[in-house]
Ligand binder design. Structure first.
Ligand code: PHB
Ligand code: FE
Length: 335
């Protein structure tokens, strides 16, 4: 076992003389960016060199989610080739391993890393490759270009703290409501969302026990897209509302059932087999619709207008192992 300092050591080159970006090595994988693209190279299982190219903006939007969410639940596919699987104390990094064609051809590679090592490498790569003009959490219409030669950093925007309420947003000592003096502006797409707060009439002595707030008003002021915030946590039941615009930057592969409640506008989902990528379903969700994503699928959403989505997660740390052993179902209901 390596010492922690050793694990957090990041293998990076000096900035490239032409475009100014560093390259990074993680095990047998190397990551390089230029003005338009991220290039990932590895040696295939049978020893041949192979590479994969992604648009720099798409790569950084996916990398941002993987870093901010601590590798999330299960699979974070950056696209149909590259991604990570969270093993909760370690992380698999793969190219082609969950792409049926590449797997069959033997040109895939999967390597496991201690979480600290891959986190440190991904954080430094994200910081080096994100220019001052680009915020990977913003909707494309609300940020500048990811392209071009290295031009500053945007460290403040890529190290936002996750919003985690202790008891209830707006309660004394908890997260502030965004509608107060410290609040954020209402997003252009949510100008029609009523901002009035609910009336509260707690019995005397219960003023600090009873609380409510206008979730639509709260979300209308969200500055970011595709970033579920924990708004309520009851045991392992996590209510994670979020505002969505354009494309979910990752293709999420479930290791458990996950629920979606479309709170306004609409999102179109592509669902596929999580192991092969074979298409399974199109799910068109309109305001008021609910859907469950089974544990065997991967999914990516398209939100034509900024919309509000409630993601409901089961955060039980034992669930993934119960599903693997067949003790918990992969689907929410059997008909
Ligand atoms: C998901 O993968 O289920 C997901 C992730 C981020 C979101 C919404 C859904 O904002
Ligand atoms: Fe998901």
């Amino acid at each position: 076992m390596n010492a922690p300092a050793e694990l957090a050591k990041v293998l990076a080159t000096a900035p490239d003389a032409t475009h100014g970006y560093k390259s990074f090595t993680l095990g047998s994988f190397t990551f390089r960016r230029d003005e338009y693209f991220a290039h990932i190279s590895w040696k295939t299982r049978d020893g041949r060199p192979l590479s994969h190219t992604m648009d720099a903006g798409n790569f950084l939007r996916a990398l941002m989610r993987d870093v901010a969410w601590g590798f999330f639940y299960g699979w974070v596919n950056f696209d149909h080739v590259l991604g990570t699987v969270n093993k909760y104390t370690s992380v698999d990094l793969y190219a082609g391993s969950y792409n049926a064609t590449m797997k069959e051809a033997g040109v895939d590679l999967l390597e496991n890393f201690p979480t600290e090592q891959i986190r440190a490498t991904f954080e430094q790569m994200l910081d080096d490759w994100t220019n001052a003009s680009f915020d990977p959490f913003s909707a494309p219409q609300e940020t500048g270009t990811p392209y071009g030669r290295k031009n500053g950093n945007n460290t403040a925007k890529i190290t936002r703290e996750r919003e985690l309420a202790k008891r209830c947003v707006g309660m004394k000592g908890d997260l502030p409501l965004r509608t107060d003096a410290r609040g954020a502006p209402i997003n252009r797409a949510f100008a029609d969302v009523p901002q009035n707060e609910p009336e509260l009439h707690p019995e005397p002595g219960f003023e600090n026990e009873v609380h409510a707030f206008n979730l639509f008003g709260f979300l209308s002021r969200s500055q970011v897209t595709w970033n579920p915030s924990f708004t309520s946590v009851v045991k392992y039941s996590f209510m994670c509302p979020t505002t969505e615009e354009h494309i979910l930057p990752i293709i999420h592969g479930n290791d458990r059932v996950e629920w979606f409640f479309q709170m306004c506008d609409e999102i179109h989902w592509d669902c596929a087999d999580k192991n092969t990528g074979k298409p399974l379903a199109r799910v068109i969700m309109k305001a008021g619709d609910m859907a469950a994503m089974p544990a065997y699928c991967r999914h990516q959403g398209y939100s034509p207008k900024r919309s509000m989505l409630l993601v409901w997660e089961n955060g039980s740390p034992t669930l993934v192992y119960e599903i693997e052993k067949g003790q918990s179902p992969e689907v929410p209901v059997k008909f």
